[in-house]
Design a protein around this ligand. Structure first.
Ligand SMILES: *Cc1c(COP(=O)(O)O)cnc(C)c1O
Length: 429
């Protein structure tokens, strides 16, 4: 692939790069929303990934199997429903860098984090604080604060919020280390993102885990913006638990079934948990015994039999990830987002400021942008882009997020973003 200094703001050049991209054919496996006679320039897969073409047939197959087989579909559907969550397990593990026993597809993201915290947030009178970041996604703050209150403590005292210490609102490892040195002994859980939703910063999971474990803290990661985006190594990071949603980079549809990770060292520990029959050992589940015998690994946190219609899109999507390969996707992503950053820095330096870290290993697909002329101008640009079929998203107070997804976005998409922003600037200068 071309080096950074070989980038060019030229449509023929972008088209040639797309033609030479070994992953370019995957774009045709997705339904890109129309705009006028063409397609949108869809740069918002960080919020809702696009629909793989195969999803419709997979759903129709399940509906047919239900119609044809009724209850016997549990064993005789094309993809039998009883062990359905196992159909996605290996591929899901691969995407997040885990062993199959460490992952399960279930519920939604926030629900999974609560279930995992029931096991991994075990506060005592002396030690009950949770460390999050000041600008955590609201749901993450809500779940940490409510868990603290649920256990009879006060978030005003027990919720420690890390302040960003870098100019664009990003957090250094040194800041995390300082806060842990100061508050580690009263902190029992560290809950941080894999990729920060607002700034797009990638966190060093292994290093954070090492620092937090050294203080005796349990470590969990919210990988909503990391799963399917960056090359995760959840097992090697040594964190205790993690969860993510599947509707962002994992393209599994609105409200898709989420994922959960429990490190293998806890696979056979009889940790306290909120129990349900699907978390029982599959071998004895149907013996209907009174005592709960947990399935080993992450599956032991399941409550209910899985929602087949909601899992079918995840199965289709993960099959695409398996063919593309997370490592190849990440390589393309680094280059593609590098091109978009280069375009913004060279074509629009007086208009847009990039908040996301510059170093490729500190960012994923997403770039967070601020319009230099202020919030009103930012909204004007955002509205103009949307009207012209160039989709990003807006996060209050003044951040525009754009994320070229390597499975379906192209170099031409990046160039169209820059050209549309320049057209807006020409009208508003
Ligand atoms: C997208 C996202 C969520 C959404 O939570 P749901 O339970 O899926 O609605 C939560 N946390 C973070 C960090 C997110 O990026």
């Amino acid at each position: 692939m071309a080096a950074v200094d070989a980038f060019r703001a030229d449509a023929d050049w972008a088209r040639a790069l797309d033609a030479a991209d070994p992953l370019h054919a995957f774009r045709d496996e997705f339904l890109i929303p129309p705009h006028g006679d063409g397609a949108q320039t869809y740069l918002v897969g960080n919020s809702l990934g696009l629909q793989p073409r195969g999803v419709r047939q997979a759903l129709l197959d399940e509906l047919d199997d239900w119609a044809r087989l009724g209850v016997e579909g549990h064993l005789h559907a094309r993809h039998p429903w009883l062990p359905y969550h196992r159909e996605v397990r290996a591929a899901l593990a691969e995407v997040v860098g885990a062993d199959p026993i460490e992952v399960v597809a279930m519920n939604s993201l926030t629900a999974n984090l609560h279930l995992l915290m029931a096991s991994f947030y075990r506060p005592t009178a002396e030690r009950h604080a949770i460390l999050i970041e000041r600008h955590a996604f609201p749901s993450d703050r809500d779940l940490a604060a409510s868990q603290i209150r649920f256990h009879g403590h006060d978030p005003a005292e027990a919720l420690i919020e890390l302040d960003a210490d870098e100019p664009n609102g990003t957090l250094s490892v040194a800041a995390i280390e300082r806060t842990l040195a100061e508050h580690g002994r009263r902190t029992t859980l560290v809950l941080l993102p894999g990729v920060q939703y607002l700034t797009g910063q990638v966190f060093d999971l292994a290093e954070i885990t090492r620092l937090a474990h050294a203080q005796g803290c349990v470590v969990g990661f919210d990988c909503a913006h990391a799963a399917g985006n960056v090359d995760l190594h959840l097992h090697d990071s040594d964190c205790d638990f993690a969860a993510w949603c599947s509707y962002k980079y994992l393209n599994s549809g609105p409200g898709a079934v989420a994922g959960a990770f429990v490190h293998a060292r806890h696979a056979h520990a009889k940790l306290p948990r909120f129990e349900g029959w699907w978390g029982r050992n599959a071998a004895t589940r149907f013996e209907m015994r009174p005592e709960f015998d947990p399935a080993p690994g992450a599956e032991g946190w399941q409550l209910s039999n899985p929602p087949i219609l909601a899992l079918a899109p995840l199965r289709v999507s993960l099959e695409i990830f398996q063919r593309a390969g997370m490592q190849r996707l990440r390589e393309k992503s680094v280059h593609l987002t590098g091109y978009l950053a280069w375009l913004i820095e060279t074509q629009l330096p007086d208009t847009l400021e990039i908040l996301t870290p510059r170093e490729p290993d500190r960012r994923g697909a997403q770039l967070s942008l601020r319009v230099r002329a202020g919030r009103a101008a930012g909204q004007s640009l955002f509205d103009y882009m949307t009207a012209h079929g160039v989709l990003g998203d807006w996060r209050e107070p003044d951040v525009m997020r754009i994320a070229p997804a390597p499975l379906y976005n192209s170099y031409a998409d990046c160039l169209r973003y820059a050209e549309a922003a320049r057209a807006w600037r020409a009208r508003h200068a």
